[in-house]
Design a protein around this ligand. Structure first.
Ligand code: URA
Length: 242
């Protein structure tokens, strides 16, 4: 227990060192640009269209007790995604890990704690302001890389979620997310930091929080990428607190 607390404190200190903490109550209000200003498919702006929340519920129903790929044999829970259905920022990760598999929630394990710090301490937003999903909805055994067949079966649901939410920016966390959304093989070290486009939505590839846990010096690169996103959205860039 004591070791766990020391680990958490070390981790907080590291992250706060680079991302620094916003004063209480200074979180920016996040307002969504009207869909009609976003050049997205016309079905999404029909007057009588279902709300993003209703569409997400329908997608979840469509997934059901999914057995489309063999990962159903080893998963405990499907990790559909969570967050604000009207988010202007959506994060896409790779696949659930052990804690996510157990809880059914994305980014709640060790990498998830760092992820939440990026959003809350770094960006000055609340985790519940953004939407969080993964390329795969089920955990690959031992956290191995997702297989092409697994991605092929699953990514369509993610694309439906993206169309339902219509964020202004997707932040793709890590190689698997960035390469599969953008359908390119460029290494993440070259992709990161450059705004790309997918289905008419801006995509910012950056490093995955798990990679940052192994390579803390790369947090600075992620902060640069995040600042570009905040600037693009016209959101305030949190200042270091001295
Ligand atoms: N890593 C991911 O890519 N996604 C999660 O939800 C958790 C860890």
């Amino acid at each position: 227990m004591r070791d766990q607390i020391i680990d958490i404190l070390k981790h907080e200190a590291l992250w706060a060192g680079d991302f620094l903490v916003l004063p209480e109550g200074s979180q920016p209000t996040v307002e969504k640009t009207p869909a009609c200003a976003m050049h997205l498919p016309t079905h999404s702006v029909e007057a009588d269209a279902d709300s993003p929340e209703q569409i997400l519920d329908t997608i979840r129903e469509e997934i059901g007790d999914c057995k489309r790929c063999p990962l159903f044999n080893t998963r405990a829970n499907i990790v559909f995604g969570e967050g604000n259905p009207n988010a202007i920022i959506m994060f896409v990760g790779e696949a659930p890990g052990a804690v996510e598999d157990r809880t059914g929630k994305p980014f709640v394990g060790p990498a998830g704690r760092l992820f939440t710090d990026i959003v809350e301490k770094g960006m000055g937003l609340k985790r519940s302001d953004v939407y969080i999903a993964n390329i795969l909805k089920c955990r690959p055994p031992g956290n191995r890389d997702p297989l092409p067949d697994e991605i092929a079966e699953c990514i369509g649901f993610l694309k439906e979620q993206i169309l339902a939410i219509r964020p202004e920016v997707i932040i793709a966390l890590g190689r698997i997310a960035a390469q599969n959304l953008l359908e390119i093989k460029t290494p993440i070290s070259r992709l990161r930091g450059n705004l790309k486009e997918f289905m008419g939505i801006k995509v910012m590839p950056t490093y995955h929080p798990s990679y940052l846990l192994q390579n803390p010096s790369k947090k600075r690169d992620v902060w640069e990428d995040i600042k570009k996103v905040l600037k693009y959205l016209g959101l305030p860039i949190p200042q270091p607190q001295r």
